[in-house]
Design a protein around this ligand. Structure first.
Ligand SMILES: CC(C)(COP(=O)(O)OP(=O)(O)OC[C@H]1O[C@@H](n2cnc3c(N)ncnc32)[C@H](O)[C@@H]1OP(=O)(O)O)[C@@H](O)C(=O)NCCC(=O)NCCS
Length: 169
């Protein structure tokens, strides 16, 4: 068990792509993991929504999303060229992943709380993403609500729309 002080969350950059993509491929099956090109696209287009977790100087986790006016994620948005709006009122989260050797130390919680805090501070209205059924309780523990089955079929599985309202306008 490590102490939270040893975990640093900060913005990722293009220089981190190899380490970030390794975590992505270790964490998701091939048909769900984002491609390296998709990571490049996201880091070039809206880098302020890509965060890394470092443990003793090593990149061990990531969370990334897209500013958008859309309410829910659709599978086209995960791809290179996916639509986004840098001034969009909502945040769509693409992925949260932690290196298997560093799980159960609170790193995913730190990453998720960081992106929630940043979205609130930036005046985003709502956060939305999809997850598989087994992770619904994990995300409900942050305050997200399950809004039912998503149109997204990425990973060839049933995904659920999770959402949280941040700043009621
Ligand atoms: C899900 C994931 C990000 C959690 O990372 P983590 O750093 O281990 O999470 P934390 O240490 O902050 O929190 C752990 C707690 O979350 C819950 N949790 C974590 N993974 C879970 C899972 N697969 N199912 C149910 N609950 C889970 C448990 O309560 C766990 O407590 P424990 O450590 O006492 O077992 C990590 O397992 C992962 O990368 N998985 C593969 C990718 C993935 O599925 N990402 C989510 C996409 S929607």
């Amino acid at each position: 068990m490590c102490l939270n002080e040893e975990i640093i969350i900060s913005n990722a950059s293009a220089a981190d792509i190899d380490a970030l993509h390794e975590i992505e491929t270790l964490s998701f099956p091939e048909d769900k993991a984002a491609s390296r090109k998709a990571f490049e696209y996201r880091l070039n287009s809206f880098p302020q929504w890509f965060f890394k977790a470092e443990y003793n100087g090593r990149i061990v986790g990531l969370i990334d999303g897209s500013p958008s006016d859309n309410e829910y994620i659709t599978d086209d948005l995960y791809q290179v060229g996916g639509e986004f709006n840098v001034n969009g009122k909502n945040l769509l989260i693409f992925g949260l992943a932690v290196n298997p050797n560093y799980r159960h130390r609170g790193i995913a919680h730190r990453l998720m709380n960081h992106i929630i805090h940043t979205a609130k501070a930036q005046g985003k209205k709502r956060i939305s993403f999809t997850c598989k059924e087994s992770l619904i309780p994990f995300y409900e523990s942050f305050g997200y609500e399950n809004h039912g089955i998503s149109k997204s079929v990425i990973g060839n599985t049933t995904n659920y729309n999770m959402e949280m309202y941040l700043n009621i306008i």
